[in-house]
Design a protein around this ligand. Structure first.
Ligand SMILES: Nc1ncnc2c1ncn2[C@@H]1O[C@H](COP(=O)(O)OP(=O)(O)O)[C@@H](O)[C@H]1O
Ligand SMILES: [Mg+2]
Length: 421
């Protein structure tokens, strides 16, 4: 082996390649130029390849690039060798370089073939573009689905919120109604006994004065329980068929006095408003309550309007549609309005934003109880500095039958008119 290698570098018996070309300058220099250009090009290509591969970590089969780089580098070297051997007969080194080049070429060539199917399986730019389009479409669909889900969720939360609110009002109503009912019975006993004492103590002025004081207190208590009963929907009701327009017109003077001179009172009553079937005193009480609230909301004056209208299957509150025929009584003012927070609590008994002694917080609770007990609906539209509109949806009275007509001719027992809250 050693001998073989020694012989490889045995150059004394060899002549440089230029001799074969008879040192003809045109041949020599054309060869030199071509080999030099090829060699330089072959040296530059692997540098570019190496740069590319080392900067792209997503490249598949990176080793192939490295193999190409090495084998081209080796090829480049053989061309430089060809220039060298024109003058120096170092054919041993040239042969060794060729052997290395051959090894690298063969390894690359052999490695390349099994790679071919895998390389072909790599998706083309067109494939990628198509997949990308599909992906975009899927993302779009997913985003749409998400948006739908989100709006569904918002809708559900809103419904749940409404339900909770309704349940709360129901529970508070039952509790209040129950307590008020029992209290009313107790007050009846107290008032009855005080009345008897009143007749027995005629000749004792001092004791009589105390009894009178006690009776006044008991009467105030009775008035309060009436309001609570109204909210608790346990108010004795005497519904009658009536024309809401006529009732409102009949109250015009009372309302003007309730709101005061600085407030302009307007009526927008629809011709042919359907008759309703409600307790007259309770409806009057409700309108006075609303007028008083409007007055409190407009200390600098403003406008107060009562409007009537016929509605079929109206949409109330937060978009809930209610079935049936209703006569709408809408009471609005141009006052200070309410924040959403206040608005969500106004029907609660004893909820008031007014100073102690000015508000009892029972006005809207009574109106609420009355409307609900009359199988109607109530909602309020209000925003700070945008005024307030309270809408009472009262069910249209059933078409009058002969029996009903006869009945409505009979005198009806009225219930006491509660005071404004
Ligand atoms: N027309 C209105 N404009 C502004 N706020 C109102 C109006 N009506 C009611 N409110 C608000 O609702 C609350 C409850 O009203 P209500 O039940 O009548 O009790 P009160 O009038 O005794 O406070 C009021 O304290 C007020 O904050
Ligand atoms: Mg009030």
């Amino acid at each position: 082996m050693l001998q073989y290698l020694q012989q490889l570098w045995e150059t004394s018996s060899l002549s440089p390649h230029g001799i074969c070309l008879l040192w003809r300058p045109e041949l020599i220099w054309t060869h030199v130029t071509a080999d030099a250009l090829i060699g330089l090009a072959y040296y530059s290509i692997p540098i570019a390849l190496a740069y590319f591969v080392s900067h792209r970590n997503d490249i598949q089969f990176g080793w192939v690039f490295w193999a190409f780089a090495l084998f081209i580098l080796a090829c480049g070297t053989t061309h430089f060798m060809a220039i060298y051997t024109l003058w120096v007969p170092d054919y041993g080194t040239e042969a060794l370089i060729k052997i290395v080049t051959a090894a690298l070429s063969v390894v690359t060539a052999v490695g390349l073939w099994p790679l071919l199917p895998k390389a072909l399986a790599i998706p083309s730019t067109d494939d990628l573009r198509r997949v990308n389009e599909e992906l975009k479409q899927q993302i779009k669909e997913r985003n749409e689905a998400l948006a739908a889900l989100q709006s569904e969720k918002t809708e559900r939360l809103k419904t749940e919120d409404m339900l909770r609110q309704a349940q709360k009002m129901e529970a508070v109503g039952q509790l209040t109604g129950g307590i008020a009912h029992d209290f009313n019975n107790l007050l009846t006993i107290i008032i009855g006994n005080l009345e008897r004492l009143d007749t027995q103590l005629r000749d004792q002025p001092d004791a009589l004065r105390r009894v009178k004081n006690a009776m006044e207190g008991a009467a105030r208590g009775a008035a309060l329980t009436q309001k609570l009963l109204a909210f608790g929907r346990r108010q004795p009701m005497s519904p009658e068929r009536l024309d809401a327009n006529v009732l409102v017109e009949g109250m015009a003077e009372l309302i003007r006095r309730a709101v005061g001179e600085t407030i302009e009172v307007k009526f927008a009553l629809a011709q042919g408003a359907w008759p309703v079937e409600v307790d007259r005193n309770q409806l009057e009480n409700a309108l006075i309550n609303l007028a008083v609230n409007a007055r409190d909301a407009m200390p600098e004056g403003g406008e107060f309007t009562i409007e009537s209208r016929n509605l079929i299957d109206p949409v109330i509150g937060e978009g809930e549609r209610i079935k049936g025929h209703f006569t709408l009584l809408s009471v609005s003012d141009s006052g200070e309005g309410m924040t959403a927070d206040v608005l969500s609590r106004v029907f609660e008994p004893f909820f008031t934003t007014k100073p102690v002694g000015e508000g009892s917080g029972l006005g809207l609770s009574q109106v609420y109880g009355f409307v609900k007990q009359s199988n109607g609906h109530i909602d309020i539209v209000s925003a700070p500095n945008r005024g307030t509109q309270v809408r009472l949806f009262l069910p249209r009275a059933a078409a009058q039958s002969e029996a009903a007509e006869a009945a409505s001719a009979l005198p009806l027992g009225g219930s006491p008119l509660g005071q404004p809250g």
